[in-house]
Design a protein around this ligand. Structure first.
Ligand code: SF4
Length: 205
């Protein structure tokens, strides 16, 4: 499957997305199945439900006006950062304008009954914050919203998260260009809900 030009990852020329960084953070092997082997996302009930919820996101008002403030809501806002070659499509972007400044707040919506915000969701949202900042948007924070629990968490971009995002981007590029198969996750409980479980563990499913 390797071509001559793809034997070794030297100069990445591919765009990595925040979604890929989320997948990689959950388990690097997901990148292999999806982007090296070319298996599209299997239709598990969880995946289908997530897609339905994302389709329904915000069909209400697009602009909210208050005394000194206007809030505009953009849905599926695409942002590409040429500096890092990372792109992303933000579920909802709240654009708040007052007399002196404009602030951009990305919102990422998730399903499930997790007790605490999950690392892969935090890093995905942190990637959006980084992309917005790098492309000249005034962004201080993002909101991670778990719809099933109706819980919101404020996420900020720390130096550590930024480092992890850039490291993940490098590793993803390496997996894709070198067609490298990462080992299975050591956290076994991650496999049953994973959409690629049947491929990784055919005898257990
Ligand atoms: S089934 Fe397990 S090892 Fe395979 S991609 Fe999913 S989490 Fe990773």
């Amino acid at each position: 499957m390797k071509t001559q030009n793809q034997k070794k990852h030297t100069s990445p020329k591919i765009t990595i997305t925040a979604e890929m960084i989320r997948q990689y953070t959950y388990c690097p092997r997901k990148i292999y199945w999806r982007h090296v082997m070319g298996f599209s996302e299997p239709k598990t009930p969880q995946v289908e439900r997530g897609k339905r919820i994302h389709k329904k996101i915000w069909h209400g008002r697009k602009t909210i006006k208050r005394k000194n403030k206007t809030q505009k809501i953009e849905r599926c806002y695409y942002v590409y950062d040429p500096k890092t070659q990372i792109a992303g499509t933000i579920d909802l972007l709240i654009i708040t304008k007052n007399n002196t400044k404009t602030e951009y707040t990305p919102i990422e919506i998730k399903t499930g009954f997790t007790k605490t915000p999950q690392k892969q969701h935090i890093i995905q949202l942190a990637t959006y914050i980084m992309l917005l900042k790098n492309t000249g948007h005034n962004t201080q924070k993002g909101i991670l919203y778990y719809k099933d629990k109706n819980k919101k968490y404020e996420i900020t971009l720390t130096k550590q998260l930024e480092k992890e995002i850039l490291q993940a981007k490098e590793k993803i590029t390496e997996i894709i260009l070198n067609e490298k198969e990462p080992p299975k996750t050591k956290t076994k409980k991650k496999c049953p809900p994973c959409e690629y479980n049947k491929l990784c563990n055919p005898t257990n499913t």
